[in-house]
Each structure stands twice: as C-alpha cells, then as structure tokens.
Design a protein around this ligand. Structure first.
Ligand SMILES: Nc1ncnc2c1ncn2[C@@H]1O[C@H](COP(=O)(O)OP(=O)(O)OP(=O)(O)O)[C@@H](O)[C@H]1O
Ligand SMILES: [Mg+2]
Length: 511
C-alpha cells in the first residue's frame, strides 16, 4: 500500500512543502528512509518504531520505504516523525482516513508523545495560506496561533490543532476525540521592566537615546565604569513604538526558527539582544550546518547591544559590516542559501581606555600609556566605527543628582515613546523610511540645508577630514534633529549638534 502525508521543511524563514511518501510491500522486513535525510532524520526510524509500538500499533513484518520528497531538499531534525508515523499507519492499513487536507509537524518520543519542534510558525503560516489545517505539537500551539491570526482568514480558530501524543492524534483524525485548537492572541502590550525614568541625570545621554530611537541611528557610548552606559543602552528598546503585526510575526518566526520558545503576545514586542563578547561569528550573524539565525537577526526590528565593544573579536565585528548596510544576512551552504532579515538598531558601549577611565580623569585613575590606549582603541575596527552615527562620551553621574533620587521630573519611557512614534509616522509619510535609512539620493531631496548650515558643514568637513559615509551620516542625524524641533529645513544648530556626536572623527579615534 502507498500513502502520502503533507508536512514542511525548515529552510531559513521559508517552509517548503515536503511530502512523506510511504510504501509498504511484501519482502524482507525493513524500514528505510530516503530523500536526503540528515542523521537526525535517519534516527527518526527508531523513534517512530518505538512510538508506534508504545501506542499499541504494530510494525508489520513488511518492507517499508519512506521517501521525503522532493529528494534534493536537505532535511534535518525530528519534525517529520509524526508524518512518517501516520504514513506508516496508512500504508499498513492500521488507519483509514483521508489526510490530504492536513499538514503534520512534530517529533515523537519513544512513548508516543509528540514533542515541540523549531520553525512551526513559518510552517503554519504557509499551511494556512495553502488552505490546509496544521496539526502541531501541543507545546507549539500558542506559536501556531500567531500564524493563524496573521493568516488570510485571521481569527479562525480551526486552522491549527495541538496534539500531545500519537493516540490522541489518531483519535482526532478518526473523529473520536477533540484536540485543542488555536486561541486568539491578545494584542501585545509594551511592559518593560526597565524605564528611562530610572536613570538619574544624564540629560545629554537621554537626548541621544531619543534621537537614536527617533531616526534609527546607531550609538556608541564611551565612559568610565559605572557611569551608566549599560543602564542607558538597555533602555533604548523601551523608547521604540509598538511593532506592527507583520513585523511582529516576522520577528516571532526568526525566534521560532532559532529554536526558541515562542509562546504568545510577549514574543510580539521588540527585543534587546545583548550577545556576550565571547560570541562567535556564527552566533553573531548566524550559521551552522542548517543555518540558524544569529544575534543580529534575533534583534530584528529591535536593539542589538554590544557591551564592552573592544572585547569582541575583530572577525566577529567585521562579519557584521555587511548586514549593517544591507539589513539582512545571507548564509551560503553547499545545499543552498539562507537569508535572514537583520534590521536592528546598534548600540555599543566601551570604556575609553584599558583601565576604564578617561586619560584626563580628575582623580588620576588612568594609568595607561598612550600606546596601550591606542592599542585598546584600535581593537574597534575603523569601518565599524564609520557605520555608527552617534558617538557620545558618558561622564560619571553627578553625585548631587544621584542623591536626589526621587526626581519627579524624570521622563518615563512611555512619554518619550509617544514623541518617537509621532516622528516615525512623520518620516514614513515623507520618505517611506526612517532618516537613518535615507539613501544619498534621498538625502539630496529631503535634507534641505540652509545657507549658514552649508558653510558650517563645509568648514567641518575640511577641518575634520570626514569620510563621505560620515558626511551622509551627519546629514541624516541633522535631519532627525530638525524633525525633533519640528523644523522643515536643517539649520546650523542641527548640524552643529549632529557634528558634536562625531567625536571619533574629531579626535581621530583618541578620546
Ligand atoms: N544615571 C544613573 N542613575 C541611576 N543609577 C545609576 C546611574 N548611573 C549608574 N547608576 C548605577 O550604577 C550601576 C552601574 O551602571 P552601569 O552598569 O550602567 O555602568 P557601565 O557604565 O555600564 O559600567 P561598566 O563600564 O563597568 O560596564 C547601575 O546599575 C545603577 O545602579
Ligand atoms: Mg556596562
């Protein structure tokens, strides 16, 4: 007998359709799997065999061949187990039901239990689009709910079901019992534990964060230990407006493919990802034999925080250069290319010197020689610095400000976020993107600099030896500053402030 079951592979964020074909015939008893299966899929044989027996089914002494079609698509993981088991049940006539309207995902335990698998969200999105019903592991049902809501018939709860074991699933297919179906996902609410209001003083740094969030400009904060760099950086994400539904689903899909649990509304908000400085290039930009998304993709639509920037290995930082410009990362493997989106706001922090303090520290705590300082700063590659819009020196917080801790004038993240949201809408309406993404051509069109501004800019470029890339960055930042002060034209004061955030250019990389 022959049977065919629908399922899907995981290829980056794509979920190409896979048909599990099972053929049972008389011959030497054997169970073989063909169709470019990797080791984890070949082991599926053992799991399926035990799961069938534990669930009270049989594995008749027949020659059973399982083919995962198309054969040229690499397959890995335990995600095909359930489909293979059902195929065997149909082909050996232990189950008789039409399954062509379903797609099945899930790994089997030896006891017949159905376990969660990665990449369910992108798969179910496709299932729903194809008008089929998805059967997922119960543990993945919340995740599948996101897909159903985002699908064409949004809100229809009968497009995906969650099963916890093989027997329960067969009972459902035979209309003997019910399965839990997807539930509507509540709208995500931004509820960050951190708030900008926690930060005392540091008015300039806070303005910089608002500027960064408003225009999508990357930031580097330099300051002595304990000045609050990490504290400030971790509040940047709280200033960004709510994600739109499709953006949120895209982010959740990346998390799903990376193997993280995607449970519901709390996974639909922007995230701050802060990889440790020992992270490898693969962990940062993505990789592996079945390429998984890296930190930069997990930070998609959110914030990537690189704390202690000089400690990151040079090759890791270099690998980020391209994604920073293209907003995506292409990972090539022998059997194809996988692309993950990576549009994130970069915020980095570092100490000015190896000892941590500015060379002109008032207490003389900087004991490093100029040579040591130069070596330390050189660890951060020039091209990466060139890609950072805003450089800020964060001084140690004023003791008076710290003592007056209950300062009621501290603005909350929510207040700032409302302003940021308005500015985002304004920019999108004007040019279709945030100022940080303006192309040189768009800059000519949308960044009108007045006469005095032109003069200031020309002088600064000549004096500071600014690169063409930096030049455009300054104009983008100035555009955001003008927007923040509700000005149509970019004036001298906007440019002066934008230039003040290029301390790296000014000091030729010595603070
Ligand atoms: N402006 C501030 N308002 C309130 N608390 C602050 C402020 N600045 C620093 N702190 C306190 O100091 C602690 C250390 O700050 P943080 O970790 O951000 O410093 P850092 O600049 O990242 O230091 P390092 O260079 O050692 O990483 C914070 O957890 C917070 O308790
Ligand atoms: Mg820190």
């Amino acid at each position: 007998m022959f049977a065919a079951i629908n399922t899907r592979a995981m290829l980056g964020l794509k979920a190409p359709s896979v048909t599990v074909e099972v053929h049972a015939s008389n011959g030497l008893p054997a169970l073989s799997i063909v169709g470019l299966p990797e080791a984890s899929v070949r082991e599926s044989k053992e799991r399926v065999r035990s799961a069938l027996l534990s669930s009270g089914f049989q594995l008749p002494p027949q020659r059973i061949t399982v083919n995962l079609a198309p054969a040229d698509l690499p397959k890995s993981g335990g995600r095909y187990d359930v489909a293979i088991a059902l195929g065997i049940l149909l082909a050996t006539e232990q189950l008789s039901v039409d399954l062509s309207g379903f797609e099945f995902f899930g790994e089997l335990g030896l006891n017949g239990e159905i376990r969660r698998v990665p990449g369910v969200l992108p798969a179910v999105l496709q299932t729903v689009q194809d008008g089929k019903v998805a059967i997922v592991p119960l543990e993945n049902l919340q995740e599948a709910s996101l897909a159903v809501q985002g699908g064409p018939e949004g809100g229809d709860s009968a497009q995906a079901y969650g099963a916890s074991n093989l027997l329960e699933l067969c009972g459902f297919l035979l209309n003997r019992n019910v399965l839990e179906s997807t539930l509507p996902v509540p709208e995500p609410e931004i509820d960050f534990a951190l708030d900008l209001a926690d930060v005392v003083g540091q008015t300039q740094a806070k303005r910089l964060l608002e500027l960064s969030a408003s225009g999508g400009h990357s930031v580097l904060m330099v300051g002595p230990p304990g000045s609050g760099k990490s504290m400030l950086a971790s509040r940047l994400v709280t200033l960004l407006p709510n994600l739109k539904r499709d953006q949120a689903i895209e982010l959740a899909a990346i998390r799903s493919v990376s193997g993280q649990e995607v449970a519901g509304a709390q996974d639909l908000v922007r995230k701050m990802i802060s990889p440790h400085h020992t992270a490898s290039a693969a962990a940062m930009v993505g990789g592996g034999s079945t390429p998984k998304p890296g930190a930069i993709s997990l930070a998609h639509h959110g914030v990537l925080f690189l704390d202690e920037l000089p400690e990151f290995s040079r090759s890791v930082l270099e690998a980020m250069r391209e994604p920073l410009e293209n907003h995506r990362v292409d990972i090539s493997r022998v059997n194809g290319q996988v692309t993950y989106p990576a549009k994130f706001l970069l915020v980095a922090a570092m100490n000015p010197t190896p000892s941590g303090f500015f060379p002109d520290d008032p207490y003389g705590r900087c004991k490093d020689t100029p040579d040591q300082i130069a070596r330390y700063q050189k660890k951060v590659s020039g091209p990466l610095l060139d890609r950072i819009d805003l450089h800020l020196e964060v001084p140690a917080v004023d003791i008076d400000a710290l003592q007056a801790k209950s300062n009621p004038q501290n603005e909350t993240s929510e207040t700032v976020r409302q302003r940021v949201e308005k500015l985002h809408l304004k920019q999108i309406a004007r040019q279709g993107c945030l100022n940080g993404d303006l192309t040189p051509k768009q800059i000519q069109q949308h960044v009108p600099v007045d006469q005095q501004g032109q003069v200031l800019l020309k002088n600064a470029v000549e004096r500071m030896g600014i690169s063409a890339r930096s030049y455009h960055r300054i104009l983008r930042v100035a555009r955001t500053l003008a927007d923040m002060s509700d000005s149509l034209d970019v004036h001298q004061n906007h440019l002066a402030e934008a230039l003040s955030y290029r301390s790296f250019d000014r000091h030729s990389r010595s603070f």
